[in-house]
Write a protein that binds this ligand. Sequence first.
Ligand SMILES: [Zn+2]
Length: 92
Amino acid sequence: MEYLVIAFFFGLATALIGRAKGSSFFIWFLIGAVTLLIGLVAVVLYRVDKDEPERQCPNCHKALKLYVQVCPRCGTDLYLPDPAAVRHPGVR
Ligand SMILES: [Zn+2]
């Protein structure tokens, strides 16, 4: 029974950090509740998604993260863009 309480609080802490970093609350709750300290460390190290560099899809002009390789809207294969076309939202 104590294990469930501990798992719940690790899940909650992990999920709150994950949500603050722009990720899924539910997914990080599951990770934290199952892996406990490992999940908590993982979410702290997890990259801040909104600070990732962005570029536009050349086909449909959807704003995408630089690490996205296939456009989720139109399915275009994406290669590394012209550096001038990359936005760095974390650098202001
Ligand atoms: Zn596209």
